[in-house]
Design a protein. Structure first.
Length: 755
């Protein structure tokens, strides 16, 4: 006889029928094929306290047949216990490796002697398989629930009501589930079967609070920051001019949650959704649109027609709102935007994550784990051979997880990157690369560890090339810089809003024996071992670029090349200085080169001198691109010894901040005024001005246009806001124009509860 329910057996077979879960995310008014929903909302009118699923009126049941009347998912109490009460969606959200409670009410009194129950969970699309973990037929346990098996325990019975505790393994699949209660009742030697499928989906997330979950994080404050904090800071600029901007991750917003669940189902097959390593890697691919219908279109061209300029975004919510609405990639993003949305996706699913900024970040295009610049024997750059670059900064992610797929010692923080730079296994994704392997130079471990190593610890080499009829016949490494990349690797501190320097997690101290061993190991496993075939000629002249770190956009500035002759003989030095407006990726903007400067210096023995180039405002104004970045490229050649030196300096012109003030009551449900001020710093009119405003619990993403701002003129804007949530809140604003971008401001507010 077909017996789909059980109480004291571990396995049974069941035909699940046609109740498959949809691949589309649930809407805010989901269909209810079998019943109706009674939701009791909290005082803010958002998360339901409970979710009671009722059967529609049914014909009288057969004598003795046990049928479900309603299921109470106890959303409020379960979400508090599972640290999911911040999600702004009306569904049950639980974390794996932890039990949750439900109450089942029947049409008659429950009799433990003659009635049996079964709890069935399905995840993903049919066919559902026990062997793949997408069909869970949970056995009833007499003792305590543990991680040895998923199961159900009866907590209490009161007449027609049964309280159940349901436990999912710490290795359970994450995502959207369908829950069903099955009953078998016996009356007069006849068995009656009934199945009640809850019309609302439930969701299962990773669990950093569970010691048996691969994403377990021990520290309480660390979990608060890397999982539950829905805003933060992202650093940008250059290693001498560190800047930071607020970012609203917004992982609890309803549109964000629905979009992330859609992406999970889009990119990860159901039977692989229990693997944090694979889920994180796929999310890094889905963050960009290069290989699939991922979230963001990358654009570094400077032309953002048809989309949003990357510097205009103030957080992830507006991006996911648009993606959730259209299911098409959103235009446009650059590295910090890719990092911001990836932090959102990871935290939304329960994987601890943070945005990380690497200053002087190299981009290795050929797998050598070195950054190479080629010159001919006169010192002129051979652009056709130069594919590598050094970005002023690059932002990616760290995510926290065990690595059971690797030898012991490689768990913990893993580097992950959604910015499409180079293909890996044919796909634009990067990581998760263990920071422990990156630090040691163990680039032979997979998931792009070598690429990340080059970003933070590659040597920069200037090659002198001998050519014949356009072909390179000989190369010598003339200038090796061992500490040119990977500086001030930064993320938000766990406590407070300050910067935490995590360079030591990625690399040993520069020039230490351990670091040189790591570099040697990485190069040995790169595409060109034995790189250092250096010239043995004397390097007795030292060079150094000096620029002012406090140049404000609109100012003139000087570039100085300090040259020191450490020999006992006279030296004649040819110095070449070029200045460009550039993108933050280090790539010069087309037709933005300022006038070159050629200077000849004659240095007496053991003396010093300097070459100076003046850059005036008119050289760069009207040509500025992302981050108001500038690049200085300098080269020197000693005539007597043929010593060659080349270096570059990247810096940004400083821009003003927005000033934010409030007027009126700061209380839930009451309108107040936000005032925004800006002074135009340049002698040109700012046109096509927009201000983007966003604040978790205060203001959904909003963009406001503003009139042109005259040269050195003032802007004053007022916006009306009505808080939706009490507590400590942040309002963020970003200003963009055709002439200047990346002007931001933020304000911390304390919102009182509703009266």
């Amino acid at each position: 006889m077909y017996n789909p329910c059980f109480e004291h057996i571990n396995l049974y077979v069941v035909n699940m029928g046609s109740g498959a879960s949809s691949t589309k995310p649930p809407s805010t008014t989901p269909s209810r094929p079998r019943g109706r929903t009674e939701a009791l909302f909290n005082q803010e009118g958002r998360r339901p306290q409970t979710l009671l699923i009722l059967e529609p009126p049914q014909p009288p049941s057969s004598d003795g047949q046990l049928k479900v009347k309603s299921v109470d998912l106890k959303i409020y109490s379960n979400s508090v216990e599972h640290n999911t009460n911040d999600y702004d969606v009306p569904y049950l959200i639980v974390r794996r490796g932890q039990s949750f409670d439900i109450d089942v009410t029947f049409e008659r009194e429950f009799n433990p002697e003659s009635d049996k129950l079964g709890v069935v969970l399905r995840v993903g699309e049919p066919p559902h398989r026990v062997s793949k973990g997408t069909l869970l037929m949970l056995p009833f346990m007499d003792g305590e629930l543990s991680d040895s098996n998923s199961g159900v325990k009866i907590l209490s019975t009161h007449g027609d009501k049964v309280s159940l505790s349901v436990y999912l393994l710490s290795k359970a699949h994450i995502g959207k589930y369908t829950l069903a209660i099955e009953t078998i009742s016996t009356s007069n030697s006849e068995e009656f079967f009934d199945r009640f499928t809850v019309s609302q989906p439930m969701y299962v997330l990773f669990n950093p609070w569970c010691k048996d979950d691969d994403v377990y994080m021990e520290g309480v404050m660390e979990r608060e920051e890397y999982v539950l904090n829905d805003f933060g800071f992202i650093w940008y600029g250059t290693y001498r001019q560190l800047g930071k901007r607020r970012w609203n991750f917004g992982q609890f917003e309803s549109e964000v949650f629905e979009a992330v669940m859609y992406l999970l189902e889009l990119g990860v097959v159901p039977w692989a959704r229990n693997n944090a390593v694979l889920v994180a890697r796929v999310l890094s691919s889905l963050g960009n649109s290069q290989d699939d219908d991922g979230v963001l279109v990358g654009n570094w061209s400077g032309d953002y027609a048809g989309g949003t300029k990357p510097t205009s975004w103030t957080g992830s919510v507006a991006i996911f709102e648009e993606y959730n609405r259209t299911k098409k990639p959103v235009s446009f993003g650059q590295c910090w935007v890719f990092s911001g949305i990836l932090t959102t996706m990871l935290r939304c699913l329960g994987i601890p994550a943070r945005s990380v900024t690497n200053y002087a970040s190299s981009h290795d295009t050929d797998g050598m784990t070195t950054i190479n610049k080629h010159h001919d024997d006169t010192g002129m750059v051979l652009e056709s051979l130069n594919g590598d670059s050094v970005w002023n900064f690059h932002v990616w992610n760290d995510c926290w997880m065990a690595r059971p797929d690797l030898p012991p010692g490689y768990g913990g923080w893993q580097a992950l990157d959604a910015t499409p730079q180079e293909r890996s296994e044919g796909v634009y994704w990067t990581g998760p690369a263990p920071l422990a392997a990156v630090k040691q130079g163990h680039v032979y471990y997979g998931y792009d560890t070598g690429f990340v190593f080059a970003e933070v610890n590659a040597d920069r080499i200037d090659w002198e090339c001998t050519t014949f009829k356009g072909f390179v016949t000989k190369m010598k490494a003339r200038n090796v810089q061992k500490s040119a990349v990977g500086k001030f690797i930064s993320t938000k501190a766990v406590i407070g809003n300050d910067r935490e320097d995590i360079t030591h997690l990625y690399k040993f101290s520069e020039d230490s024996e351990e670091n040189r061993m790591a570099v040697a190991c990485a190069i040995e496993h790169g595409s060109r071992p034995n790189t250092y075939d250096t010239d043995d000629g004397p390097d007795d002249v030292q060079f150094e670029i000096e620029t002012d770190d406090m140049v404000t956009v609109g100012d003139d500035y000087d570039v100085r090349i300090k040259v020191v002759n450490k020999s006992n003989e006279k030296r004649t030095v040819d110095v070449y200085i070029a200045s460009h407006v550039c993108h933050y990726t280090g790539i010069p903007v087309k037709n933005s080169k300022c006038k070159d400067q050629h200077i000849d210096l004659v240095l007496e023995p053991n003396s010093s001198s300097e070459a100076v180039k003046r850059v005036v405002c008119s050289d760069y104004l009207g040509k500025l691109a992302d981050q108001s970045a500038m690049k200085i490229y300098a080269m020197g050649k000693v005539r007597e010894t043929k010593q060659m030196w080349a270096d570059q300096d990247d810096f940004r012109l400083r821009t003003p901040d927005l000033t934010l003030e409030t007027e009126g009551p700061l209380q839930v449900g009451k309108e107040f005024t936000l005032k925004i001020y800006l002074k135009n710093p340049i002698p040109s009119t700012l046109s096509q001005c927009t201000v983007s405003i966003e604040g978790p619990g205060l203001q959904k993403p909003k963009k406001v246009r503003h009139n042109n701002i005259i040269p050195h003129g003032d802007m004053k804007m007022e916006v009306k806001l009505t808080p939706r949530k009490a507590g400590n809140r942040v309002i963020m604003a970003s200003f963009d124009s055709k002439q200047l971008d990346n002007i931001t401001g933020s304000l911390d507010l304390k919102i009182a509860p509703r009266a």
